[in-house]
Design a protein. Structure first.
Lengths: 376, 74
C-alpha cells in the first residue's frame, strides 16, 4: 500500500469540546465545507488547510506545492471583505455551513488577492465563461485566505454508511489482505463498458475500489441514490465480495480535465490505492481537452507514486462477440457499438431496459424502480 | 518563493551531461535540467514514500468494528 501523498495522512479533526464564543463567524458554501472535511479526513493529504499565496502560485504555475509535492487543483477559500469585518492575518475564525452542519476553525496565515482570469486559464486552460469550472471561478469572491483548519463538527448525512475515510479504507484494504488496489471513479450507474474496464484492471491487482463522486449535480444527471443502488446491484450479481468495495467521495467536479485527473489520482492514493483508472477525456467537458490529455499529463509526475491505468475507447464488437478496445480488436467500426451514456439514458427515460450488451438487466431494473431517476 | 530562488545550480560531470543531452534528443525533455529534475523526483519519491502509514492497535480495532457493522468486513 502506498504511503499517503506527501508522506503523512493528515488528521485535522478536533474531538474535544472547543469554546468558540467570541470568534468571528463566516458562513461558507457547501463545496468549501466539503473541502474542509476532505482536508480534515486526509483525503487531501498533505494539505492541512487552504493554500497560502506561495503554494497557490506554485500550483498554478508548476502544478506542485511550494515544497515540490505534486498538486494540480488549488484548494482555496474565497471571501469578500464586507463578508467578515476587520479580519486580519493571525486571526482565528469560525467557518460554518448549515447543510453539512460544519463548524471548523481556520488560523489565517495570509490574506491575498488573485486574478480570476489567470486562475481560470491555468487550471482550465481557457477563460471561456461557458466552461462550468471557469463560471465557478468568475463567481468566486474577491480575496483568498490561506491557513490551517481544524474540523470541530459536522452532522450525520445521507449515505454516511458508504462514506469511508482514507484511514478506514487503508485499514479495510489491509483487513482484506489486499496489497494492490485499483480505484475507479464514477459519476454514473455502470454500463457493460465500465464493468469491462473495472474487471480488466482488477484481473492484475488484488482489489477494486469503486469510488463514486457524490454531490451537486446537473439537471439530467442520475441521482446519487440511483448511482449507489445500481452499483450495489452490479456488485451483488457480478463481482466477488472479497474483490470489490464501494465508498463515496463527497467533492465537487471541477471539469478541469488533465489537472483534475492528477487530483483524482492523489485522492485515491490517500485512500490507499496503488492504481487509478483513467479513461478517455477524464474529468473533461465539451471539447476543451484532447481525448488523451488526461493520460499525457501523468508523464509530468514521475513522483506521483500511484500507477495510472489508461483506457482508451472501448466498445462492443459484434464480430468478436465481446467488449473490446482499440488495442485488441482488428475489426472495422461497422462492427462496433459504442457505449453511449446518452443513448442508455434515453432508453431508460422511456422506461425501457437497454440491450444486455449495453447494460446488465439487473442494473437497468434497479434504475427503473425509481419514478424519477434523474435530477430535475 | 521569489522567482530567483526557485532554481539552484548543481554540478554534474561533463561527460554525463553530454550523455544526457544525447539521450534526450527527440524526447519530450526540453533541457538537461528538466531531465535531471525528472529523474531526481522519481528516485527521491521512491525512497521517501516506502514508509507505510501505521495506526495504533486501538485505532485499528475501532475502525474494524465500524467496518464490520457496515458490512465491509466479515
Amino acid at each position: 500500500m502506498p504511503a499517503p501523498h506527501g508522506g503523512k495522512l493528515i488528521n485535522k479533526i478536533i474531538k474535544k469540546q472547543m469554546d468558540t464564543k467570541g470568534l468571528t463567524q463566516f458562513e461558507i458554501n457547501t463545496n468549501l465545507s466539503e473541502d474542509i472535511i476532505n482536508i480534515a479526513n486526509g483525503v487531501f493529504s498533505p494539505l492541512e488547510g487552504f493554500l497560502v499565496e506561495n503554494d497557490f502560485e506554485n500550483v498554478l504555475n508548476e502544478k506542485r506545492l511550494s515544497d515540490d509535492t505534486p498538486w494540480t487543483i488549488p484548494i482555496i477559500l474565497d471571501f469578500n471583505k464586507e463578508d467578515i469585518n476587520n479580519i486580519k492575518e493571525g486571526d482565528t475564525i469560525l467557518l460554518t455551513n448549515k447543510e453539512t452542519g460544519l463548524q471548523a476553525l481556520i488560523d489565517i496565515d495570509e490574506i491575498y488577492n488573485y486574478d480570476k482570469e489567470t486562475l481560470a486559464n491555468k487550471v482550465y486552460k481557457t477563460k471561456k465563461i461557458d466552461h462550468p469550472g471557469v463560471t465557478n471561478v468568475y463567481n468566486m469572491k474577491e480575496q483568498l485566505m490561506g491557513g490551517k483548519i481544524s474540523l470541530l463538527k459536522n452532522k450525520k448525512r445521507q449515505y454516511d454508511e458508504y462514506n469511508l475515510t482514507p484511514k478506514e479504507t487503508r485499514i479495510l484494504f489491509k483487513g482484506k489482505g489486499w496489497r494492490e488496489i485499483v480505484a475507479f471513479q464514477t459519476r454514473n450507474p455502470p454500463h457493460i463498458g465500465h464493468e469491462y474496464v473495472q474487471k480488466t484492471a482488477l484481473t492484475f491487482v488484488d482489489g477494486l475500489f469503486i469510488n463514486p463522486i457524490i454531490g451537486k449535480k446537473k439537471i439530467g444527471d442520475f441521482k446519487d441514490d440511483v448511482i449507489l443502488k445500481s452499483y450495489q446491484t452490479l456488485m451483488k450479481h457480478y463481482y466477488l465480495k472479497d474483490r470489490a468495495v464501494m465508498s463515496i467521495l463527497r467533492t465537487s467536479m471541477k471539469y478541469a480535465g488533465p489537472r483534475e485527473a492528477i487530483h483524482h489520482a492523489i485522492m485515491r492514493k490517500n485512500y490507499g490505492c496503488t492504481h487509478f483508472i483513467v479513461g478517455r477525456d477524464h474529468a473533461g467537458v465539451g471539447n476543451y481537452y484532447g481525448p488523451y490529455d488526461a493520460h499525457d499529463i501523468f508523464n509530468e509526475f514521475p513522483d506521483l507514486r500511484i500507477i495510472p491505468v489508461f483506457f482508451r475507447s472501448f466498445s462492443q464488437c459484434t464480430k468478436c462477440g465481446s467488449v473490446v478496445n482499440d488495442k485488441i480488436c482488428p475489426h472495422d467500426q461497422e462492427h462496433h457499438l459504442n457505449f453511449s451514456g446518452k443513448k442508455i439514458r434515453e432508453i431508460l427515460k422511456e422506461g425501457k431496459i437497454p440491450p444486455e450488451d449495453m447494460m446488465r438487466k439487473e442494473v437497468a431494473e434497479t434504475i427503473l424502480k425509481y419514478e424519477h431517476p434523474f435530477v430535475e | 518563493m521569489k522567482e530567483e530562488n526557485k532554481f539552484t545550480t548543481i554540478s554534474i560531470p561533463t561527460p554525463l551531461a553530454e550523455k544526457i543531452k544525447k539521450r534526450i534528443k527527440g524526447t519530450g525533455f526540453t533541457s538537461l535540467s528538466s531531465y535531471v529534475t525528472y529523474v531526481l523526483r522519481e528516485v527521491l519519491s521512491g525512497i521517501e514514500e516506502e514508509k507505510e502509514e501505521a495506526f495504533s492497535k486501538e485505532d485499528e480495532e475501532r475502525v474494524k468494528d465500524r467496518l464490520r457493522s457496515l458490512g465491509y468486513l466479515d
